[in-house]
Design a protein around this ligand. Structure first.
Ligand SMILES: NC(=O)C1=CN([C@@H]2O[C@H](COP(=O)(O)OP(=O)(O)OC[C@H]3O[C@@H](n4cnc5c(N)ncnc54)[C@H](OP(=O)(O)O)[C@@H]3O)[C@@H](O)[C@H]2O)C=CC1
Ligand SMILES: O=C(O)C1=N[C@H](C(=O)O)C[C@H](O)C1
Length: 250
């Protein structure tokens, strides 16, 4: 006789937001998960204390407090909220060092196509002297550049450094503020906002006589949900900090 497996108890932070609403629906529709708490601004964070895993889709200004609290309560987390600079990731890694066995997944983008776009960009980076990132989102997005663009820039910067590439060539001397985007670890990132968009990104590489453009489009937030569920299932048996969904895809 096989033993019955207990469902994973999941709490969602930012539950009334665009992503939180979708995540609650996806968790609720999963046979192996129970949605045990839906928390939004103004609700008690302690409502998630019975959860095995907390999913966070809030805002960059509150996510670090949420992480600190969940780590203190020994609750695993799956974090989709943006704003994770290298410094923030290091801070979370430091907190987790005191809790061996506890796992957190920070995924800048849960869409499979976006994960591949980042991987392909990291792979291409060493072959092109020039690279710029253009991220395009709906106008209700409060942060810029996007978490996906930040992560892509980090990965490209790492790959360039490993290949011994110098700075991206750019003769600009006379610049109106913002015209050349923002500098993320030496990579120029441009953020566009327009009604009708959901989440889109292009990475443009250039070298002598050719360019390569890698583009990903999410047209619907449903594109993120298989990745969210995969991360919830994975974090149960994955201690430490995992950055990006790539490591969970096999
Ligand atoms: N990793 C990924 O694949 C994806 C990540 N994202 C990221 O997820 C985040 C959320 O995006 P989105 O759903 O569009 O944004 P929304 O603004 O729609 O949702 C955020 C929600 O969090 C709530 N909130 C704010 N503070 C708290 C708090 N302290 N505790 C609990 N809830 C709180 C907000 O409430 P109120 O409105 O009342 O302030 C709001 O309901 C963003 O950082 C976004 O970039 C988005 C899509 C995909
Ligand atoms: O706010 C959004 O919508 C999105 N946020 C994430 C990000 O900042 O990269 C992921 C995706 O781009 C959608």
């Amino acid at each position: 006789m096989s033993e019955a497996v207990e469902p994973i108890r999941v709490g969602v932070l930012g539950a009334r937001g665009r992503m939180g609403t979708e995540a609650c629906r996806a968790v609720d529709g999963s046979d192996d998960m129970d949605l045990v708490a839906m928390v939004d601004e103004g609700d008690w964070l302690s409502n998630v204390s019975g959860a095995d895993v907390v999913v966070d889709f809030t805002t960059p200004d509150v996510v670090m407090d949420n992480i600190r609290w969940c780590i203190d309560q020994n609750i695993r987390m799956v974090i989709g909220t943006s704003g994770f600079t290298t410094e923030r990731l290091e801070e979370v890694r430091g907190w987790l060092a005191h809790k061996p066995g506890l796992g957190i997944v920070v995924a800048p983008n849960f869409a499979i196509g976006a994960v591949l776009m980042m991987e392909f960009a990291a792979r291409a980076a060493r072959y092109f002297e020039s690279v710029e990132i253009v991220e395009m989102h709906h106008p209700k997005k409060i942060d810029a550049p996007s978490g996906t663009a930040l992560r892509t820039a980090q990965l490209i910067a790492e790959a360039r450094a490993a290949a011994g590439l110098g700075p991206v060539p750019d003769a600009t001397k006379d610049e109106m503020a913002g015209a050349r985007g923002t500098d993320v670890e030496g990579i120029r990132v441009h953020a566009l906002r327009a009604t009708g968009l959901v989440a889109h990104q292009e990475v443009l590489f250039g070298t002598t006589g050719e360019t390569l453009t890698i583009r990903h489009d999410s047209y619907d937030r449903a594109s993120f949900m298989p990745g969210v569920l995969l991360a919830v299932r994975s974090v149960i048996k994955r201690p430490g900090l995992t950055v990006g969904l790539g490591a969970l895809l096999g």
